[in-house]
Design a protein around this ligand. Structure first.
Ligand SMILES: C[S@@+](CC[C@H](N)C(=O)[O-])C[C@H]1O[C@@H](n2cnc3c(N)ncnc32)[C@H](O)[C@@H]1O
Length: 495
């Protein structure tokens, strides 16, 4: 047994967070760092955190992944604010609609909801909702309360909203007090036996991009406990890539406006015009006569009893293949549907590298770099020489301004397929940005050589929409080489 196993176990028991694969290295690093700074060996450090909740919390706080940003998954936020919130308001009659964001990290998610509500319905609407937000990590909650953010949090937020709601300070951009006061933050451990809220309280729970860190049993247990906090008619929203991995027949799964969410309660189901997700075929019960409440027996059962529940997605999409998803990746509006299919594929085949890679590609395009990196690395563990994965990894580094790392990935892609003009082009472009003119010229020459022999040469990419217009690539390569030739001291021999 590894000397880190007891730490893994303790952290998992306390927080639900699992550390496997690459994530495990992070756990090792933090444990070593903490034990050294206390001047303790690993065994003594373990005894210390076992006996001290404060020390254990300190370690867990170092291990949480707090990646978040304003208006993450904007289509989902729009669906909630414009369509679902009015429904909840109608059901709540005269009381405030109660919203919970759990695993709220530094507050971007609940604050985005407050801003979007004000933007859509005006200021008065903020007084008709109550937004609560909780997280396990108390350091991050303090950051949320202060509400000061760096550019990284504004990846998906328009400049107009940034200017309207934030003030520049020497520490970063601070959110205006009106929106900050609209959110109450408090500690909330999803793994705890009892949650810090009343039963049947919330109308909607945002539980986005948190479940990915938990195993299946933990996710299921959390969903049951969240359900206890929720009104009989209520909505649960997870991140789009997580939704199917969390369908435990505890709630009903709805697709609306291309987005997926969970719901309970007949009124909300009816208003959503309950339909099963695309592609998903359910074995119909033999008796399909409507029940007294006008719903089919499957729906009625799914609302009233988990025990009698028809498994909703059991015959799903045996026919869905990654090839069918390839096309969808060209259009970001289709990402939610693509993710549902990819989730299904990876549930059935956890080692399907192209499907994992495609999920990584979507995360990358949503600028969720941590998640993208994790998924791309997972795909590369399965297929170390996959050109698409290596190029995607390079782009992930490049878009985070990690140019040296980008160059390494693109070089590997060129090595994996020396005739991939796309890999050479990406390499050339990264080298150009690194101002390594000699190496960039060599790479551009290779692009020119491949494409001038055969303008229809295969890009080398199979799965992702990576290929660029060939004529543009050839033009850019030639222009770079011409400019370089005109620079004094150019020293690369012509190809
Ligand atoms: C990746 S962030 C997601 C933030 C936000 N929901 C979003 O979608 O942008 C995950 C958050 O979950 C929190 N978390 C992890 N384990 C938790 C637990 N057991 N209870 C509550 N929060 C937890 C982490 O501290 C982290 O801030």
């Amino acid at each position: 047994m590894s000397q880190f196993q007891p730490f893994k176990h303790l952290v998992e028991q306390y927080s639900g967070l699992e550390f496997n694969g690459i994530a495990e290295q992070r756990l090792h690093k933090e444990v070593i760092k903490n034990s050294e700074s206390l001047g303790l060996g690993l065994v003594s450090y373990f005894e210390k955190i076992k006996g001290s909740p404060a020390k254990l919390t300190e370690l867990v706080n170092q291990l949480t992944v707090n990646e978040t940003y304003f208006y993450r998954e904007p289509a989902q936020i729009k669906l909630f604010v414009q369509t679902l919130l009015p429904r909840l308001q109608k059901l709540a009659q005269n009381r405030t609609v109660r919203i919970l964001s759990v695993g709220c990290s530094s507050g971007e998610e609940p604050y985005s909801l407050a801003m979007a509500i004000q933007e859509t319905w005006g200021k008065h609407m903020l007084s008709q909702v109550q937004i609560d937000a909780g997280d396990l990590d108390e350091h991050i909650l303090n950051k949320a309360r202060v509400g000061v953010y760096s550019a990284f949090s504004f990846r998906a937020l328009g400049e107009d909203l940034r200017k309207k709601y934030f003030q520049a300070t020497p520490q970063g951009y601070q959110l205006n007090p009106e929106i900050r006061q609209a959110v109450r933050f408090f500690p909330f451990n999803l793994k705890a036996e009892h949650y810090p809220a009343e039963d049947n309280y919330y109308d909607v729970v945002f539980f986005r991009n948190v479940s990915i860190y938990f195993n299946l049993d933990t996710r299921k247990a959390i969903q049951h406990k969240l359900q206890k906090l929720m009104q009989p008619n209520a909505i649960l929203l997870l991140g789009s890539s997580e939704t199917l991995g969390n369908d435990f027949d505890i709630f009903d799964l709805i697709e609306e406006q291309g987005q997926y969410y969970f719901v309970q309660g007949a009124e909300l189901l009816q208003q959503a015009n309950y339909q099963r997700p695309l592609d998903i075929q359910v074995e119909q019960p033999k008796n399909t006569a409507p029940t007294a409440d006008g719903l089919s027996p499957t729906k009625a059962a799914s609302m009233h009893s988990t025990a009698q529940h028809q498994p909703k997605l059991q015959t799903v999409t045996n026919h869905v293949t990654v090839e069918q998803v390839v096309e969808m990746l060209h259009d970001s509006a289709q990402y939610p549907q693509a993710l549902v299919r990819l989730e299904k594929i990876t549930q059935q085949e956890p080692d399907n590298a192209p499907a994992i890679l495609m999920k990584g590609w979507i995360a990358l395009n949503q600028k969720d770099f941590n998640q993208a990196q994790k998924l791309i690395e997972q795909a590369l563990e399965l297929r170390p020489w996959c050109v698409d994965a290596l190029i995607a990894q390079g782009l992930c580094h490049k878009w985070q301004s990690e140019l040296e790392l980008a160059v390494q990935s693109f070089k590997k892609a060129c090595y994996a397929n020396p005739e991939s003009w796309l890999a050479h082009y990406q390499l050339a472009d990264a080298l150009k940005h690194l101002q390594d003119s000699t190496a960039a010229q060599q790479a551009f020459q290779t692009v020119r050589r491949i494409l001038s022999h055969n303008i229809t040469a295969h890009s080398g990419s199979e799965w992702l929409p990576l290929a660029l217009p060939v004529k543009d690539v050839l033009f850019l390569a030639e222009r770079y080489l011409l400019n370089a030739k005109q620079q004094p001291g150019h020293n690369v021999s012509g190809a």
